[in-house]
Design a protein around this ligand. Structure first.
Ligand SMILES: Cc1cc2nc3c(=O)[nH]c(=O)nc-3n(C[C@H](O)[C@H](O)[C@H](O)COP(=O)(O)OP(=O)(O)OC[C@H]3O[C@@H](n4cnc5c(N)ncnc54)[C@H](O)[C@@H]3O)c2cc1C
Length: 454
């Protein structure tokens, strides 16, 4: 008995997937003294946050611009603890909204108590009629209190807004402008329950929660630096280029993971931190479909277009363009190279969430279209070089019915835990949700029911 206990304690917890959910789980387990092996299919960590070199611009580009809100405390803490906090520049919420001939608006938050931080901006938001501003304020007050309505997950947020008399313009110029970027789904696609919970959280979290966090280094660099920290400082073992093929059980409990290359890694528990469709495939290959139910979720795409100009054309950090497919434009030159650097205002990226309407159009064509439309909207010359980056599988589509279908970390298979942005974090699919899910999975492993001790 004593020797089998020792054997068990020597076995690592195997984390499958080195996206931010897997990295957070590895961190939390290792901090508690549990040996950890991370198996990652790709040659590098970071999952859906990666970078690549673009020879035409000579720059490292990301698979898409990522933004945090001040609410994202778990992700920020992870970076701070690894000494990587400077990778995110925090600033008060201040987003100019540029609507061409229709005029400009400004979304900002003020250091006012509690949920009042957005009230002055909403009262003055000139793209909406006075009646629409009042409706937005009323909805904000309603959402700031939790809405006890399970049926909200059966309708879209647009249904809820229409039931509360929000106009087409109010939905387009406010709710969709903000919400599409947050949910990667428009109001006519997203579950009203998820939208209500998320907007409620934003209202309640005060001005600190509304701050914007913008990355100051390529995302691929950051995940490399973070995994280096886990390896060198905490002793996490990484196996890159290894696809988990099967989770093996013995007496009903998780016992090992087999990789596609034929490796067998003994495991006292497994944290599967892979996307929903990869998880469903892994469960099927492992013969566990009758014991683990994986909801069928669809994907929602994101398009980013990187734009390089011969002169400085943009003087802020970020702007929102409701009439250019709801794009958010970021001054990537300033974020990565600094204010008044040679790239400031000359290297931009336009990020278009829920880009399903554009997905028939690829590469050069869509890059040119976004370039020209953006130039017209902002009154600037077109970029001399534009590069489109499509992510068709950016996040799951949080349609009605999905909010309550997202699974918890604990499965019916002893020793098998799930993490990932698609699990029931209560958050939209995002970095913060991914990190929180990893921490939750690690804590469940170490709970008396999980049975993993250092
Ligand atoms: C273009 C774009 C823009 C985004 N913008 C934002 C934003 O502004 N703010 C924000 O917070 N979030 C944003 N997101 C979402 C965010 O990137 C994701 O929510 C988050 O990265 C998901 O992390 P994860 O660890 O759950 O999953 P993933 O990052 O997908 O990690 C899963 C990992 O598992 C690996 N894997 C899969 N199968 C196996 C297997 N069988 N064996 C071994 N390894 C396997 C994969 O290779 C991958 O590395 C954006 C996403 C995209 C694509």
């Amino acid at each position: 008995m004593a020797s089998s206990q020792r054997l068990d304690a020597d076995r690592p917890v195997v984390v499958i997937g080195a996206g931010w959910a897997g990295l957070a789980a590895a961190h939390e387990l290792r901090r508690a003294g549990v040996p950890v092996v991370v198996l990652e299919h790709a040659p590098t960590p970071g999952g859906r946050t990666f970078s690549f070199f673009d020879p035409a611009s000579g720059e490292m580009l990301d698979n898409g611009e990522h933004v945090l809100l001040g609410l994202c405390t778990a992700f920020a803490r992870l970076l701070d603890e690894a000494g990587l906090g400077s990778a995110v520049a925090w600033q008060g919420l201040r987003i100019p909204v540029r609507a061409g001939r229709r005029g400009d608006g400004l979304l900002y938050s003020k250091r006012l108590p509690g949920r009042w931080h957005l009230a002055p901006a909403l009262l003055r938001y000139s793209l909406l009629s006075l009646a629409d501003r009042m409706r937005v304020l009323q909805a904000g007050a309603r959402l700031a209190r939790p809405l006890p309505a399970p049926q909200l997950d059966t309708i879209t947020f647009a249904d809820w807004l229409r039931d509360h008399h929000h106009s087409v313009e109010g939905i387009h110029d406010f709710w969709d402008l903000v919400g599409t970027a947050v949910f990667n789904a428009r109001s006519d696609q997203v579950s009203a329950e998820l939208a209500a919970e998320t907007f409620g959280l934003l209202m309640r979290s005060g001005w600190r929660g509304g701050r914007l966090g913008l990355f100051t280094r390529p995302l691929g660099d950051l995940s490399q630096a973070y995994s280096h920290h886990l390896k060198e400082r905490l002793g996490v073992r990484f196996e890159f280029g290894q696809r988990a093929e099967q989770i093996l059980t013995e007496g009903g409990r998780v016992h090992a993971v087999a990789t596609r290359s034929g490796k067998l890694i003994a495991a006292r528990a497994v944290v599967a931190a892979v996307p929903h469709d990869r998880f469903a495939a892994l469960i099927a290959r492992s013969g566990l479909t009758t014991r683990v139910n994986v909801p069928a979720l669809a994907w929602s795409p994101i398009l980013n277009v990187y734009l390089f100009y011969s002169e400085r054309v943009f003087h802020g950090t970020v702007a929102a363009l409701p009439d250019v497919w709801g794009a958010f434009v970021f001054n990537r030159g300033r974020l990565l190279h600094g204010v008044d650097s040679a790239n400031d205002g000359r290297a931009l990226v336009a990020s278009i969430s829920a880009a399903d309407g554009l997905s028939g159009r690829r590469g050069r064509d869509i890059a040119d279209t976004v370039n020209v439309t953006l130039a017209q909207s902002l009154g600037i010359p077109p970029a001399s070089y534009a590069k489109a980056v499509w992510q068709p599988h950016a996040t799951f589509l949080a349609a009605p019915g999905t909010h309550r279908a997202r699974p918890s970390t604990i499965t019916a298979v002893p020793g098998l835990f799930i993490a990932g942005d698609w699990t029931n974090t209560g958050w939209p699919a995002c970095l913060e949700g991914a990190v929180r899910s990893g921490i939750t999975a690690a804590m469940a492993c170490r709970s008396p029911a999980g049975g993993v001790r250092p």
